[in-house]
Design a protein around this ligand. Structure first.
Ligand code: 5GP
Ligand code: ZN
Length: 139
């Protein structure tokens, strides 16, 4: 896509600190890192959301993530990492090109677990949970 910053990095039209490449995926350092080693893993082609990616692209992307997590952690001597996707604007996605964040974490770094991303936490009844369970499993 012509005005997409991650497409521009993938096509080498703008500079990115590229750390890994596969047939369908590219990984580069986040320009505003939340931690040293904060890495983004993207499909080379433009897809806005997870669900837009064909299976082959998705498998390649998550294979790259799996390979990169220990490499990123080792490179910055991290104790752990958060791996996550803002999948859609309501979830905080600002660049509408699928990207997986790998954020290295360190003991006592003052950060939060991934549970901190949600808004008001719902108090769901058993009936509501039954409905949700059925809706997801029948989808
Ligand atoms: P989002 O909120 O969409 O999940 O995250 C987008 C991420 O892309 C942010 O962490 C931001 O720092 C990063 N980012 C935005 N523009 C650029 C860029 O031009 N180059 C790189 N390497 N990262 C970028
Ligand atoms: Zn794009």
């Amino acid at each position: 896509m012509s005005d997409c910053i991650f497409c521009a990095i993938a096509s080498r039209d703008i500079h990115g600190r590229i750390v890994h490449e596969t047939e369908h995926s590219l990984a580069f350092l986040d320009v505003n890192p939340l931690a040293p080693g904060h890495t983004l893993v993207v499909p080379k082609d433009h897809y806005a959301r997870l669900d837009d990616m064909p299976d082959e692209i998705s498998a390649d992307l998550f294979g790259a993530v799996d390979e990169l997590v220990p490499r990123v952690e080792d490179a910055v001597d991290a104790d752990a990492s958060n791996v996550g996707i803002n999948n859609g604007p309501a979830a905080g996605q600002e660049v509408e090109h699928v990207h997986v964040h790998i954020v290295p974490r360190f003991e006592d770094d003052g950060g939060s677990p991934i549970h901190a991303v949600a808004g008001d936490v719902p108090d769901l009844s058993d009936d509501e949970l039954d409905d949700i369970e059925a809706a997801i499993s029948q989808a």
